[in-house]
Design a protein around this ligand. Structure first.
Ligand SMILES: [Zn+2]
Length: 457
């Protein structure tokens, strides 16, 4: 219906900023329709293959970071060589690039001798010039442990913690490698999470040193079970941990500005989480992404933390209820109760659901434009409407921009308006009473993560 589309464009233009060519505003792209490519990816994620990956990872008996590296059948060396070969096999004929990212960790609290820490990294380069330097990283940790974190030889199957996350990442890499994305995707199986987040820490630090544009990172850690320790089964949701203001001794200027404007809930990780929740729930029907407004479980941590420390947006996926008798436990039976992180306590259909949420979110991020830069709200006059400005996006397929808003007590966006291909607009709502975000929208309806407007003084 071309006539209707033109009319919609004119309406959007009328509401756009007067100082820009409002009449040239394109029709608002349909941002609610499903992208066919994402539906296909979500459908292809296979519980059966995830099950096979977890079983193989468990078969190495232990994947402790300081375990044997020479055997072909047991220990962390065999495990990482298998992960690499499997990714190379399934990525054959695609542009997936698989490599080891290795460094030597010196002796520390949980490292008793200098130890080679090896991440297995599979990179799918973006295909759009303006976006290929924008990276989205997804990880799981393939190392495991039992009761004693220094026990490098006792059995540590680590089926849930974290063969589940590793298997999800491998499955995503294998499925998504057959598709094209504007931005670059990095699939990582990292080591030494249990010894102090050393593998992820090394990669994140190197990324910052190289000034890489990591626009978002998710770790998948303990996504294998839908059953709580009291027996309740909840296979309809996943927790997504998202940091607000970081717990640093001194505030950075960025954080100070956030706090000064009441934006504690609009950190880059919270904005990323809003996007993941919206896209994950759109593509995986009947499954909830339960955003927890904390960096991790109470006083605990994971591989997203080194990314947060380097100033990147980073999130953690974890099952809704953990069962601690199957986490960091020596294999044993006490009073008829089985302890240990065994495959029989993993629900692969559940893990596949979480992998689908990850894949939908990653695909949507890597197909969409970058979050607009330089978003600001004018503060030079005391007025009851809100004028927002931002820089034009670099991607050639951007159709325009969308303003989103919510009440100050709401967690997610409640309203939106497409304002056309402009870099300034006035919304007839007070910046005193709402939080705003600026999003870029491409011609296919892919929407960027929202940018929080800083005060323009
Ligand atoms: Zn873990």
């Amino acid at each position: 219906m071309p006539r209707l589309r033109i009319a919609a464009g004119l309406v959007a233009g009328l509401f756009a900023a007067s100082s820009h060519a409002a009449s040239s505003a394109p029709a608002a792209p349909d941002v609610t329709r499903h992208q066919a490519q994402i539906d296909k990816i979500v459908a292809e994620i296979s519980p059966k293959r995830i099950d096979a990956y977890i079983r193989k990872l468990v078969s190495f008996e232990t994947r402790h970071t300081m375990s044997d590296t020479t055997s072909e059948t047991t220990g962390i060396g065999a495990a990482r060589r298998w992960i690499r070969s499997e990714l190379e096999r399934c990525g054959a004929g695609t542009s997936l690039q698989v490599s080891f990212d290795s460094h030597i960790a010196p002796v520390s609290a949980r490292i008793s001798r200098p130890t080679e820490i090896v991440n297995v990294v599979a990179t799918l380069p973006g295909t759009q010039d303006a976006s290929k330097d924008r990276l989205y990283v997804v990880s799981g940790h393939y190392d495991s442990r039992n009761t004693d974190v220094m026990d490098a030889s006792g059995k540590a199957p680590g089926a849930n913690d974290d063969a589940s996350g590793t298997a999800a990442v491998m499955e995503m890499a294998c499925v998504m490698a057959k598709y094209k994305f504007d931005a670059t995707l990095v699939f990582m199986a990292v080591a030494a999470e249990e010894q102090g987040l050393l593998g992820a820490g090394h990669w994140a630090k190197t990324a910052r040193e190289k000034n890489l544009n990591v626009a978002g990172m998710f770790t998948n850690d303990i996504i294998g079970s839908s059953r709580a320790d009291d027996g309740r089964v909840d296979n309809k949701q996943v927790r997504l941990f998202a940091q607000g203001v970081p717990a640093t001794k001194e505030m950075s200027d960025t954080v100070r500005q956030l706090v000064a404007t009441g934006g504690e809930n609009d950190s880059i990780s919270r904005q990323l989480a809003r996007h993941v929740k919206e896209q994950g729930e759109r593509y995986v029907k009947g499954f909830k992404v339960n955003v927890i407004q904390r960096h991790d479980r109470y006083l605990r941590g994971g591989d997203h933390m080194p990314f947060l420390e380097q100033g990147y947006a980073a999130l953690r996926f974890t099952e809704p209820n953990e069962d601690f008798s199957h986490q960091h436990q020596n294999l044993r039976t006490e009073n008829g109760k089985v302890y240990g992180d065994l495959i029989e306590f993993v629900d692969v259909d559940y893990t596949a659901k979480v992998a689908k949420v990850n894949a939908a979110a990653l695909a949507s991020l890597a197909l969409a434009p970058s979050a607009p830069q330089g978003a600001k709200v004018r503060t030079d006059k005391l007025v009851n409407d809100s004028t927002l400005v931002w820089q034009a996006n670099p991607e050639p397929d951007v159709a325009g921009y969308r303003i989103v808003w919510r009440d100050t007590t709401a967690a997610g966006w409640q309203g939106s308006k497409f304002v056309g291909n402009v870099t300034e607009t006035t919304i007839n709502m007070s910046k005193d009473n709402y939080f705003f975000g600026v999003q870029a929208v491409d011609k296919d309806g892919n929407v960027s993560v929202a940018s929080y407007p800083a005060p323009l003084r």
